[in-house]
Ligand binder design. Structure first.
Ligand code: AHR
Length: 327
């Protein structure tokens, strides 16, 4: 080895060592979680206005009870400001760790940072925060949840396969500024971009809520009577869209195909009944995975930045067989 090549090799080794220590430091900078027999755990929920949220809360409460942990539960009732206050209250109560389902990507950043400053690890559940403002392994431990971009993509791919001649689409978006609304739109829009005959006529928020979804669908169907597909970012808005279609004298599943995400029992049954064409599951049963991740972290394991949930897909080929297993 010449002097120059040796110097280059030494520099490369030094650079690799710096890169490794940066990764290690990123985890090192997080608040630690002591290994204990029991924990006081915070769970900051966004709202409780739909079966998905209720199933998620039940799963978290059941797992905490099974393990004998104390759960400090709050419901932000659809307000990001209240959710920030809820996290601050958990910090004041001295919880060991906080599970947070951030309602929107940006407004919950101060809550994540306040917990970090107070030395309390945060695990994000089901929704993520803005990745340019906070990062897993640095500001919070990890994000446990589904791939929302892939959910939107899968439903678009099903549509292209099953309606190959094209579609005129109304999109009902979830809560503005939330990660599932941003990503389910991105995945769907990108998968259809450039596909001949597929046109998104209108895309508007129904706030993940049934009645808002119904109202928005009603208005958009009036403005676009030629729409033949409604893609709703969750089951609640899909059920609202079905009500809007029926009120307008249209037959869901025949005049207009309804597509959804979540896969609750009511929606999977609607697939069996022919009112919903297809649903991508977004599983709300987080309890076991959430508390297993807590235990791994307390054991000193390095936690991956994203603990990914795997989602099923329901359409007329499997809905009848799956409906009993849906939440
Ligand atoms: O974050 C997951 C989404 O939030 C679910 O699709 C929806 O139903 C819930 O409110």
């Amino acid at each position: 080895m010449t002097g120059i090549t040796r110097r280059v090799a030494l520099m490369a080794t030094a650079a690799a060592a710096v890169a490794l220590s940066t990764v290690a430091f990123a985890q090192e900078g997080l608040p630690k979680l002591e290994k204990k027999d029991t924990y006081k755990v915070g769970f900051a929920q966004t709202e409780s206005n739909n079966p998905w949220r209720i199933a998620q809360t039940e799963s978290m409460k059941a797992e905490a009870e099974k393990l004998g942990y104390q759960l400090v539960y709050t419901d932000a009732a659809g307000s990001a400001a209240k959710q920030v206050a809820d996290v601050n209250s958990m910090i004041a109560q001295g919880v060991d760790v906080i599970f947070l389902a951030p309602r929107e990507e940006k407004p919950l950043i101060p809550a994540v940072m306040a917990a970090k400053k107070a030395g309390i690890p945060v695990i994000l559940l089901d929704r993520n925060v803005d990745q340019s403002l906070a990062k897993a392994g640095e500001d919070y431990v990890t994000f446990i949840g589904s791939d929302f971009i892939d959910e939107g993509k899968r439903i678009a791919e099903w549509l292209v396969q099953n309606k190959p001649d094209g579609a005129k689409i109304i999109q009902l978006e979830g809560t503005t500024g939330s990660s599932p609304a941003n990503d389910r739109k991105k995945g769907f829009d990108e998968a259809l971009a450039g596909k001949a005959g597929f046109e998104i006529l209108a895309s508007q928020s129904g706030d993940f809520a049934r009645d808002k979804g119904r109202q928005v669908a009603e208005a958009l169907l009036q403005a676009h009577p030629d729409a033949d597909v409604i893609y709703a970012h969750n089951d609640e808005m899909a059920m609202g869209a079905i009500a809007a279609l029926e009120a307008a004298g249209k037959v869901p599943g025949k005049d207009v195909l309804v597509l959804s995400i979540d896969g609750g029992k009511e929606a999977v049954q609607a697939v069996v009944d022919g009112k919903i064409a297809a649903v991508v599951e977004c599983n709300p049963r987080f309890g076991p995975k959430a508390f297993e991740t807590l235990a791994r972290y307390a054991n000193g394991e390095t936690i991956e930045a994203w603990v990914k949930n795997v989602d099923k897909f329901y359409d007329p080929t499997n809905a009848a067989a799956e409906v009993a297993n849906a939440y």
